[in-house]
Design a binder for this molecule. Sequence first.
Ligand code: ZN
Length: 444
Amino acid sequence: MYTLGGVDEAGRNMMAFEIGEEIVICDMGLQLSNLVAHNDEVDKMGLSDLVEKNIVANPEMIMKHKDKVKAIIVSHAHLDHVGAVQYLANLFPQAPIYGTPFTIEVLKVLMKSQRTVTSPLKNKFIKVNVNSSFNLPSGIEVEFVNVTHSIPQAAIVAIHAPEGVIMYANDFKFDNRPALGQRSNYQRLKELDEIGIKLLVVDSVRSNLKRKTLSEIVVKEMLRDIFIETDIVDTKGVVITTFASHITRLKSIMELTQELNRKLVFLGRSMAKYCKAAKNAGIIDFKEKDVIICETPAERNKWLDIVNKNKKDYVVVCTGHQGEENAVMSKIAEGKTPFELKEDDKIIFSSEVIPTQINIEASQILHSKLEAYNCKIFKDIHVSGHASREDHRDLLGMIHPKHVVPVHGHVRLKEGMIELAEELGYEKDKNLWVLPDQGEYEFK
Ligand SMILES: [Zn+2]
């Protein structure tokens, strides 16, 4: 196994598994905080610059074996898992890119908006549904096990290597009441246990939380409480900011808005892109009669002007919950749109601040601007998409892997997973591996 990125950090996930004469790459993600820090220069960057600035993983370690790469597998459509495909996949043009239909649709949208000077991809895109599989040229089966996360059609990747199954569970949560899609396929995980799991690579970024991650249905009820039940005769504006990729959340907001008899407006390019990918993948079609989707700044301003004159008839959803300077939420807060914030307008952050210095500072600036209007602010109306300690306990209890590799965060974030594994009898450097971002390992 080669660790390339996303092991000792949250972001730019990428690793590779060597099985006989074949190499399988799992994920090619972006380090989003580094991307934001260099946002103005990214357009002009080549691959070496992107690697040097730690925006994408360094693929050097596998370049000497690049002809052995037979598959690039993307586990789900978050940018820290798929965002670097557009820059790195063409180093392995012979390797098809496998993902679930939604993930591939998102990738195609990303390709269209490619920003840098790297050459177009020659790789084939292959859609594989969750709970189904494909074969590598050698005949080795690779399976996508359905798992819940904060984006549709996430998969646990199970590679049926001759010496046991390699399981890549990065990212996941166990949501037993998902607001969209199916519960995780516990049955199949138990069956894979019977076959024998040799290695588990596991998203451990929330393992310090001694709890189970709450279901997405909880957020729907929190939203209902805020914008339906607390103020039923409300004539004020409602603006919700959330993750553009969180299709389930957008669906919940749509359903609640319909209960309120208001019209829903989605603002922003990324919101439009993910909605399109969800439609193309057959997950949900946000129809014009239910949602007005504004892609361009001109459309946005046109509709915000209409909303501003009839606030009681609309709910607005926009990007910018992390205080991003150019996102719609910041523009509204700065009075740069026709939507005039007034006292008692409701601003709902259906998100949490991603704890990087850039995001913390930008969020503080945004909140102080919003507070100046005396509007009602609701923060943290959100549940995470990542497993907590008790979800990890459930996973380990189901699959009993021989070796465990916690990933997706600095060691202080993964301590919970390490503690849990030790509690269950694993030992560091024997069958529990706390690895750096770049390394080559063999597991016996
Ligand atoms: Zn994710």
